[in-house]
Design a protein around this ligand. Structure first.
Ligand code: PMP
Length: 356
């Protein structure tokens, strides 16, 4: 028997699962992780906390993750309190819960492409119609055109990704405000890469007090260097959090996950201490690629989109032959490289020299 023989939902027939190739190579620059592992101090602290928590694993975890949400609110600042914060297993699960509560049959969600490809997958997976709007040539959004697209399609949920994956483009607050003014439904600003933004790129968190339909999502997978923990979260009006409680599975965040996230938050200075180095490495990578005569999108994230290659597969494969794995993603002719350590980026540059 194969997949097609199963009575699977019609809209899932012929689809392929999301996923970057997982290839064991020396230099992995394909999934926008933080390349710096947790410090020995964090590992020791986590081991002690997990040992203490293990003695209670016969019991379910704190169902509403109250202590963790209070810690996350304190980290975010902006006067946020725990009733405005919600957490789940990665921001992907947060996004899915948002669609479960605000999307569904007969409803639609809109995004501006190219953007994070899980947005349409989560949207259609929750039986919500996906409406695709376009970005400008330089991957920015024109506030007037974005508002017009929203007015035309009247979606129940609008996704803005800032900084955007895979382009690295951050949204000015004016654009987010224009979208909020045009939208009847919920506006989700996916800020998975917010901590990497350049100076002068404010977070949409500053707009929350005035905008009860705004949801800002974040993750500990990127700047926080905790991708393996699976912890994503959001900030929104307390009523939005109450809506998500209607769809979340009970005890969705394990005791171990909540413990690991709280330990990481305690060590945040240490973890976020790598951000400055990654930003500098990113800016150097943009400059180097431009110096090579390539077209490179401005980046506020921990990755860089560059091109344009009539045969991008050849370049991707050439880098792989030199032990460097990047991502074949985004518009045709472009490739995305995640920012690694100084040594990893030197290996990327050396491999590029060979391939170009
Ligand atoms: N949003 C964006 C824009 C992303 O790029 C990613 C990860 N690739 C996520 C959300 C999801 O991350 P996680 O589920 O690890 O929090």
């Amino acid at each position: 028997m194969n997949l097609d023989d199963l009575p699977i939902r019609d809209d899932l027939r012929g689809k392929t699962p999301y996923g970057a190739p997982q290839i064991d190579v020396p230099v992995r620059l394909n999934t926008n992780e933080n390349p710096y592992p947790p410090s020995p101090e964090l590992v020791a602290d986590l081991a002690a906390e997990v040992a203490a928590g293990a003695a209670t694993l016969n019991r379910y975890p704190d169902r509403d993750a109250l202590a963790l949400r209070a810690d996350l609110a304190a980290y975010l600042g902006h006067g946020l309190t725990s009733d405005q914060v919600w957490a789940a297993n990665g921001s992907n699960e947060v996004l899915q819960q948002i669609l479960q509560a605000f999307g569904g049959h007969g409803r639609s969600a809109m995004g501006f492409e190219p953007s994070y490809s899980m947005h349409p997958i989560i949207t259609t997976g929750t039986n919500t119609a996906w409406v695709r709007a376009a970005r400008e040539e330089d991957f920015s959004l024109d506030p007037g055109r974005a508002a017009a697209a929203i007015e035309e399609h009247d979606p129940d949920v609008v996704f803005l990704t800032s900084p955007n994956n895979p382009t690295g483009t951050a949204q000015p607050l004016e654009t987010i405000k224009a979208v909020l003014a045009a939208a009847r439904g919920m506006v989700v600003v996916d800020e998975a890469y917010a901590e990497f933004a350049r100076e002068g790129t404010p977070s949409a968190l500053t707009l929350l007090p005035e905008h009860p339909r705004l949801i800002v999502t974040r993750t500990m997978s990127k700047a926080f260097a905790m991708a393996g923990t699976r912890l994503g979260y959001l900030a929104a009006h307390p009523a939005v959090v109450q809506a998500l409680l209607l769809v979340r599975l009970p005890y969705h965040l394990s005791t171990l996950t909540q413990t690991a996230a709280r330990v990481a938050l305690r060590h945040r200075e240490d973890l976020l201490g790598t951000v400055a180095a990654l930003r500098a490495e990113r800016d150097a990578t943009v400059a180097w690629l431009r110096d090579k005569g390539l077209t490179v999108a401005d980046s506020d994230a921990n990755f860089v989109l560059f091109g344009r290659f009539p045969d991008r597969r050849r370049v991707w494969e050439g880098l792989l032959e030199h032990g460097v794995l990047i991502r074949e993603v985004g518009p045709p002719e472009w490739l995305r490289v995640s920012i690694g350590t100084g040594e990893e980026m030197a290996a990327f540059r050396a491999a590029m020299e060979e391939v170009l």
